[in-house]
Design a binder for this molecule. Structure first.
Ligand SMILES: Nc1nc2c(ncn2[C@@H]2O[C@H](COP(=O)(O)OP(=O)(O)OP(=O)(O)O)[C@@H](O)[C@H]2O)c(=O)[nH]1
Ligand SMILES: [Mg+2]
Length: 303
């Protein structure tokens, strides 16, 4: 199995609930020799239920109707795939390549999967032979620091922490300083969950940024906004504001495996205008996969 094949299987695993609840009947429709208006309406409904969003669904249906007007038999699945790829392909993320010391900040609202994503990302980079330092920038709860330490152990990377209630900007500064001195490739900084409406907490992110820049002027190189797929499109307006105010460079979509609305990838990419770097498809160490349009579309539409 090639690299893409492995990734497709991971996406299939991640999109299992979406497949079971929404896309199984879609598969039946797409296999029909002839689609009549009733079938088309059913298809449209299923795509909307999978949370692909009105804009993309309109575009997909318009293309299908256009092809069907030709009179000859069409491969509806191939048409859908092609049209979806047109939307998704131009929005791919920059690869995570080590160049000097790269600082990555993980941000987002409470409970979306920041700490888990950070643990998996640390494991992934470490497995690629790169040096990683994890920084416990969520200093609000002792449990958050312990959780991060466990991930550090699992991933086999050091975790820098100070005591609970400490200043996140200070520990971020220490992390960047230490990584720069030792030539560590990656500094991954966890942060406490916060709402985009909590002004003092959004200012805290600015403060973390400024203290990192005292050590490494270009830092943070990547700011990952972590989003929970089970929220579907409901969280989009909030994510939009968050993304703007926190200087976000990439998105991470977690809990795809727990969502029947896996199609939400599409409106997320359309609306936020930011690439999805990774998706989370489980709670295991290797359940963080790079977002890849072909693998996603195959995982969504192939049984
Ligand atoms: N199934 C599944 N569960 C996930 C995934 N990512 C995270 N989780 C779970 O989601 C829950 C919250 O994850 P955390 O990583 O603690 O979330 P957080 O954003 O750090 O939370 P706060 O620090 O409290 O804001 C945990 O039970 C994780 O195991 C995923 O991709 N799939
Ligand atoms: Mg956390």
């Amino acid at each position: 199995m090639g690299l893409l094949g492995g990734l497709i299987n991971k996406f299939k695993k991640g999109l299992k609930r979406t497949q079971e609840l929404v896309l199984a009947p879609l598969g039946r429709l797409l296999r029909l020799q002839r689609l009549d208006e009733g079938h088309l309406e059913e298809l449209e409904d299923l795509l909307l239920q999978a949370d692909l969003g009105v804009k993309a669904v309109d575009q997909l249906m318009a293309r299908l109707r256009f092809e069907l007007r030709g009179g000859t038999e069409i491969d509806a699945k191939a048409v859908l795939k092609e049209e979806l790829l047109k939307i998704l392909r131009p929005r791919s993320a920059m690869p995570f390549l080590a160049q000097g010391t790269q600082v990555v900040l993980l941000v987002g609202v409470n409970g979306v999967g920041k700490t888990t994503t950070l643990g998996k990302l640390a494991a992934r980079l470490k497995a690629g032979g790169e040096s990683v330092l994890v920084v416990a920038g969520d200093t609000f709860r002792a449990a958050a620091i312990d959780q991060l330490e466990r991930w550090g152990e699992r991933a086999g990377v050091p975790v820098l922490r100070n005591q609970m209630g400490g200043d996140p900007a200070a520990i971020a500064f220490d992390g960047a300083t230490s990584a720069k001195a030792r030539g560590t490739s990656w500094v991954l900084i966890d942060t406490a969950g916060r709402l985009h409406t909590k002004d003092h907490l959004m200012k805290e992110l600015d403060k973390i940024r400024r203290s990192l820049q005292k050590v490494i002027p270009e830092a943070p190189h990547r700011v990952l906004l972590v989003l929970d797929a089970t929220t579907g499109q409901n969280g989009l307006a909030q994510a939009e504001v968050f993304a703007k105010s926190a200087g976000v460079t990439d998105l991470v979509l977690t809990k795809l495996d727990g969502s029947a609305k896996g199609g939400v990838v599409v409106p997320i990419l359309e609306r936020l205008g930011l690439p999805i770097a990774f998706v989370g498809v489980g709670e295991g160490l290797d359940d963080l996969i790079p977002f890849e349009a072909e693998a996603f579309v195959a995982g969504l539409l192939d049984a």
